[in-house]
Design a protein around this ligand. Structure first.
Ligand code: PMP
Length: 442
């Protein structure tokens, strides 16, 4: 018996797992018990190459000593401080550090504990900002089909995934959606931004005109839609959204929960695409996924609109018990330091063409109907088994896990997003493992 085998609990019933086929999982559980750099160790003692950075979050690789030590030190020194009406130095230090790497003008940071909370926070800031400016008639929020903005009520309302909405009845009112930009007919096998589809940004004009632009508070998009299958934006699309927002006084929110902190070979997708939003939603890579934390960046003018109110009042009636938590802040500082010391954002940039070439070499393999790459992200889309959507890709996931590779699947799409420390040999290993699996998939 290996040293980890005893770590699998006898009773798996009590834990109701999120976004998981619980009954299926508990019959054949898959467990990780340790991790280091690019690999997980399974409970049966195997090494699994992490092709997904956990859930798109472990950008610096696993169990990095600087981050581990910072957490240990902070836990021993100051474990918790009240988040309201009290401060501690690390949260302020981290906010300054983040503002320094953010796109110009996004100089103020509100801390949350997750991507979903960051989304809710951003939507609430947008609504309250317009009220603070005397434009309370701006109450509408615009999202996009195939957008994923977490699982809370605001996020599933502006999000565009019917499966995440249909169990929950009435959502936010005053929400509308632009069309998604996925067009495999015109943009098949794309690298980077896609060639066609910038005109879809005009959906925002259509929706604004339909409702009256002066009723619209904000539009929220992922610069690259991640969880719904890696959908890069068409060339010029995000710039055009920016123009339309400026023209009508609408706030532009980028959800950079996946694209933030180096995933695109730049600090943020806003830098990669050269388009700066008014509000930027982040989480995941902020702490390397190690401790839950999110950060919402806002432009100075938005922050200042809150701060110019009566001085003795709380400027924004919103926040969490763990906003800016000391241990999370210490993890964030150590994470940003690790990215810098290891040059990981630059490394991801240099690796992007190697990554794209390697992944696109899977074109023509059995079942592959499209491939998309951008930054250190990739999607390999498989033709679905008739009448059994998601089955083929999930079977690829299980086979990959057996073969020592962690991938993620969404629908019939394999999504990849390795830690940015990945070597070229490991990129090759991912691709060759997938090639073998594809040839023996039903
Ligand atoms: N927004 C985006 C774009 C995401 O990808 C995710 C998570 N995958 C979220 C929000 C929600 O983040 P969390 O799971 O931390 O709540």
């Amino acid at each position: 018996m290996n040293e980890h085998a005893t770590m699998v609990p006898n009773n798996l019933e009590a834990f109701w797992m999120p976004f998981t086929a619980n009954r299926q999982f508990k019959q054949t559980p898959r467990m990780f018990v340790a991790a280091k750099d690019m690999h997980y160790t399974t409970s049966d003692g195997r090494q699994v190459l992490d092709g997904t950075a956990g859930l798109w979050c472990v950008n610096a690789g696993h169990c990095r000593p600087k981050i581990t030590e910072a957490i240990q030190r902070q836990a021993a020194e100051l474990d918790y401080a009240p988040a309201f009406q009290m401060g501690h130095p690390k949260a302020f230090e981290l906010a300054s550090r983040l503002a320094a790497i953010a796109p110009t003008g996004l100089d103020h940071v509100f801390f949350t504990n997750s991507g979903s909370e960051s989304v809710e926070t951003a939507l609430k800031i947008a609504l309250a900002y317009h009220r603070a400016k005397g434009e309370g008639a701006r109450f509408r929020l615009i999202g996009r089909e195939r957008g994923y903005h977490g699982v809370n009520f605001g996020g599933i309302s502006v999000g565009g995934i019917v499966g995440n909405r249909k169990m929950f009845g009435t959502l936010l009112t005053g929400v509308d959606h632009m069309r998604h930009t996925h067009d495999p007919e015109r943009n098949g096998y794309s690298r980077g931004e896609t060639e066609h589809g910038a005109e879809l940004a005009e959906d925002l004009v259509r929706i604004a005109t339909l409702h009256d632009p002066s009723t619209i508070a904000a539009v929220i998009v992922e610069p690259v839609a991640g969880s719904t299958g890696v959908l890069p934006p068409p060339k010029g699309y995000l710039k055009r959204l920016r123009e339309i927002c400026d023209q009508h006084g609408i706030l532009l929110i980028f959800d950079e929960v996946i694209t933030g902190y180096g995933r695109m070979g730049a600090a943020f997708a806003a830098d990669y695409f050269g388009v700066t939003p008014d509000i930027m939603v982040t989480a995941k890579g902020l702490t390397n996924g190690v401790i839950p934390m999110g950060a919402v960046y806002v432009k100075d003018a938005i922050h200042d609109a809150f701060m110019s109110g009566a001085e003795h009042l709380i400027e924004f009636a919103h926040g969490y018990t763990y906003s800016g938590n000391p241990i999370a802040a210490a993890a964030g500082l150590a994470t940003i330091e690790t990215y810098k010391e290891d040059g990981l954002f630059e490394r991801a940039k240099a690796l992007e063409p190697v990554w794209a070439d390697a992944i696109h070499s899977l074109k023509g393999e059995r079942h592959v109907i499209d491939i998309r790459t951008i930054g250190l992200i990739a999607a390999i889309e498989l033709d679905p088994i008739a009448g059994e959507p998601t089955k083929r890709a999930f079977s690829a996931f299980l086979k990959a896990y057996e073969a020592g590779l962690l991938i993620r699947t969404t629908g019939d799409i394999i999504a990849l997003s390795p830690p940015l420390m990945i070597s070229e040999d490991q990129v090759g290993e991912i691709v060759e493992t997938l090639r073998t699996i594809l040839t023996c998939l039903d």
